[in-house]
Design a protein around this ligand. Sequence first.
Ligand SMILES: *Cc1c(COP(=O)(O)O)cnc(C)c1O
Length: 236
Amino acid sequence: MNCILQAVQHRIELAAGQAGRDAGQITLLAVSKTVSAAKVRELALQGQLDFGENYVQEALDKIAHLQDLPLIWHFIGPIQRNKTTAIATYFDWVHSIDRFVVAQRLSEARPLAQGPLNICVQVNLEAEPSKSGVSPEGLPELAAQIARLPNLRLRGLMTIPRASMEWAQQRAQFAALRRLFEALQVQFETAGHADLHAGNVQFDTLSMGMSADLEAAIMEGSTCVRVGSALFGNRI
Ligand SMILES: *Cc1c(COP(=O)(O)O)cnc(C)c1O
């Protein structure tokens, strides 16, 4: 057993315990951008199956090298329109949707045999210009539009908060995403079924928390922590 993987799993278990939650409800997404296929394989052989990538070309090379393993690939980076076919074909999840046109292209390009592509909408909580993401104000309309696309399954929300060393600030940002998530759950529960494409909303995922702040995210209800440097070391 790789002790680094164990240490990260232990952090998740401790935080879940403190939050009174079941650690089994929290997916560890190993963020493998800039990491070699060989290192991904090493971690996969220890039982880690969910991997996140930010750059399409880099990811496609790795996915090709690791086809023999039952890995679940998550796209978490900014999406260029000309890459939507590759993303829709080779990934199982996309966490970084912030525009309807991109969602529409992914839905059109998704091979039917693979079933719906799992989608999280990325939210830019504090309108930081350096970050992608829809504004909290624009979120309800975008989520409702995505819910009508046939080959996507809307799963939840994702955010990359302003980096902070302060526990209270970390929690406040994650709490803000959780409240948006809960409001949308109510919106979908009360929406007429005509508004939703049958079965294409399964709103159960809060993708938040990274190496430096996963404990605060878990306290606020994260169901998916995206961890890179704590597993693979600092990126150069
Ligand atoms: C790189 C990245 C991560 C991982 O960040 P670490 O601080 O290395 O854990 C998580 N989410 C996204 C969207 C990223 O781009």
